[in-house]
Design a protein around this ligand. Structure first.
Ligand SMILES: [Zn+2]
Ligand SMILES: [Zn+2]
Length: 240
């Protein structure tokens, strides 16, 4: 049986605020070898103008000898509003691909509803996610409905979603060739919500996961043909 976990397309270095201080490009490449991965993508946060240089810094800092590992440089960009993103098309074209977040609701640039309840948060994320999918800037939507620093759990927010809303996202993503990151952390934190949500997002691929076992992923119906690969890139106008 073909191994499911051969790639990881969402990795932060120490340049990102959330990246661990030991996460140098060299350490990441070594860790990928130890995990038996074939390809990885390094995607530091590009939220503010001063972050724009991060991917170029990482590209420069890569070890000369990658030992046969394919290493791509992207970023984790952000959706602030349906027509407002942290990067533009010209910038996306300088990268190998783009992971786009649409649920970093802690960011001050995101206009939030007065009353933040699990339902209003879910509605806002639906709007931002559909915008990110339609932006032409995204290859992968980061951790759908995963809200860092949230007053509510993933389970509570996902519990407010209607099946139709999730299907509309799944269909838009499939149509645009944009993958949804089926972030396996949520299989651990909230398996019921994750199983339901990811089960409603059919046929759009997922991140090469590192937190769940091959068996757990296969049990969710994830097969190698559903996984995103670098040849699937659609951001920056490639592939349409
Ligand atoms: Zn991230
Ligand atoms: Zn994120």
């Amino acid at each position: 049986m073909e191994k499911l976990i051969q790639t990881d397309w969402h990795i932060h270095t120490a340049l990102s605020d959330c990246g661990s201080p030991e996460a140098t490009p060299e350490a990441i490449v070594q860790a990928a070898h130890e995990a038996g991965l074939r390809a990885i993508g390094i995607t530091d946060h590009v939220i503010r103008p001063r972050h724009l240089e991060r991917p170029a810094l990482t590209r420069k800092a890569l070890p000369a000898d990658l030992g046969g590992l394919q290493v791509y440089i992207g970023c984790e960009a952000d959706t602030f509003a349906p027509d407002q993103f942290s990067i533009d098309r010209e910038y996306a074209a300088t990268l190998d691909y783009v992971v786009m977040a649409a649920s970093h609701l802690y960011l001050p640039m995101i206009d939030k509803p007065g009353a933040m309840t699990p339902r209003t948060m879910a509605e806002l994320i639906v709007r931002l996610t559909l915008a990110a999918i339609g932006s032409g800037l995204a290859d992968i939507i980061a951790h759908p409905f995963g809200v860092p620093e949230s007053p509510y759990t993933f389970q509570e927010i996902v519990g407010e979603l209607k099946r139709d809303e999730v299907f509309s996202i799944g269909h838009a993503a499939a149509e645009a060739g944009v993958a949804m990151e089926l972030n396996p952390r949520y299989f651990r934190r909230a398996p019921d919500a994750a199983g339901w949500l990811f089960g409603c997002l059919p046929g759009v691929g997922c991140r090469g996961p590192i937190y769940a076992t091959e068996e757990e992923l296969r049990a969710e119906g994830i097969t190698p043909d559903l996984l995103w690969s670098i040849e699937d890139r659609v951001s920056a106008g490639r592939g349409g």
